[in-house]
Design a protein. Structure first.
Length: 218
């Protein structure tokens, strides 16, 4: 058995619920998709009205795969590079040269560990706070979705979002939460296309509309 979070909308907020399901071991995509089906079936036991969408390269739907962060680019590079190159630490950063590296190498650059405590992010001449917990990642993810011309209006068909590779005990940011945020924006009629011009408004909106489960803070 395994636990994975599902992100959904309730009372005008993005919420998180951990769901227990049968895990199928193995690295083959067929095994990952068995896990996704098992997760979605378990979700529907407690939320019978759920219409889930897996957000990852393992998704069985083209829409879910198109929202994978691995398929999104921003400023001519991979989203992961933008995220890592924007980190500001007590003793260094941001390290802009990470934009030109392989995404995996950028994530493993020793300076990201050796530069002290993370104190914020700098991107496009703007400073972003550490709180809310995922606000910067969600901001650049949504911007990448817009500029990559992913058909995000199709999200209106779904109301729950998963990422089979995401473990909330090991990480905080997940594309599934970011997509749930976008789904809420579409539902309430927020002008998502102008969010890039008003990052401060996005931070305020995020504080009011995104809830974090305790497990996501570990």
């Amino acid at each position: 058995m395994a636990l994975r979070p599902v992100f959904f909308i309730h009372d005008d907020k993005v919420m998180q619920r951990d769901v227990e399901f049968q895990w199928f071991s193995g690295f083959a995509i067929s095994q990952k998709r068995k896990c996704i089906r098992s997760l979605h079936e378990a979700l529907k036991t407690g939320m019978p009205d759920a219409v889930p969408l897996e957000i990852s390269t393992k998704s069985e739907t083209p829409l879910g795969r198109s929202f994978s962060a691995f398929n999104l680019h921003l400023d001519g590079t991979y989203l992961e590079n933008v995220f890592q190159s924007s980190k500001v630490f007590e003793n260094g950063g941001p390290y802009q040269e990470l934009l030109k590296m392989n995404p995996r190498d950028a994530k493993r650059d020793p300076r990201l560990i050796e530069s002290g405590k993370l104190i914020g992010f700098q991107y496009d001449g703007r400073t972003f706070p550490l709180e809310p917990l995922t606000v910067f990642y969600d901001f650049i993810y949504l911007k990448a979705v817009f500029y990559s011309k992913v058909p995000y209006e199709e999200l209106k068909k779904y109301n729950a979002f998963t990422d089979i590779e995401f473990n909330s005990k090991r990480s905080i940011n997940t594309q599934a939460r970011s997509v749930a945020i976008l789904r809420l924006m579409l539902e309430e009629g927020t002008d998502v296309l102008q969010m890039d011009e008003k990052p401060d408004e996005f931070v305020r909106w995020h504080k009011a509309h995104v809830e974090y489960a305790i497990s996501s803070r570990k």
